[in-house]
Design a protein around this ligand. Structure first.
Ligand code: DQA
Length: 144
């Protein structure tokens, strides 16, 4: 089946961006690793990153047309702001898991709210790049 991993703003800087918070793996490394895991399980993983809210909304809408069965999403800063991305996920009705590298609940109060968590199948946060791996694992288990 087709799966999609979505990365929000500033995640293109992974590896160099506050490495003590977000780790040293680059986004390309994370995406390659996830694609390999999905492939080994007999599935297909596409990935998309954007700093622009409307591009993320457009990609979520496109997921309905391209037959995506499951989404893993790190909305990054849009976690705490984006009604538009939340509405897009609700509109397409594709199950998704919310992911964060850091644990937003251990950080500033403005990171404690998410526009996504109550719609998500589940939320995985605080395990660095491994958060994505655990989320993909959970998504793959739900496809079988
Ligand atoms: C993040 C947490 C957000 O609060 C922050 O704005 C990010 C990354 C994470 O993966 O830990 O950009 O989603």
């Amino acid at each position: 089946a087709k799966l999609l991993v979505l990365h929000g703003p500033n995640l293109n800087l992974l590896g160099t961006r506050e490495p003590e918070v977000y780790g040293r793996m680059s986004l390309a490394q994370i995406d390659a690793y996830l694609a390999q895991l999905a492939q080994k399980a007999g599935h297909e993983l596409a990935s998309f990153q954007s700093n622009a809210e409307h591009e993320l909304v457009d990609r979520i809408q496109a997921a309905r047309e391209d037959g995506t069965r499951f989404i893993v999403i790190n909305p990054a800063a849009y976690t705490h702001t984006s009604v538009a991305m939340r509405d897009a996920l609700a509109a397409v009705g594709i199950p998704f898991i919310e992911v964060h590298l850091s644990n937003p609940h251990a950080r500033e109060p403005f990171r404690h709210t998410s526009y996504f968590s109550d719609l998500a199948v589940g939320v995985i946060a605080g395990f660095g790049a491994d958060s994505y791996r655990y989320a993909l694992d959970a998504a793959l288990a739900r496809l079988d």
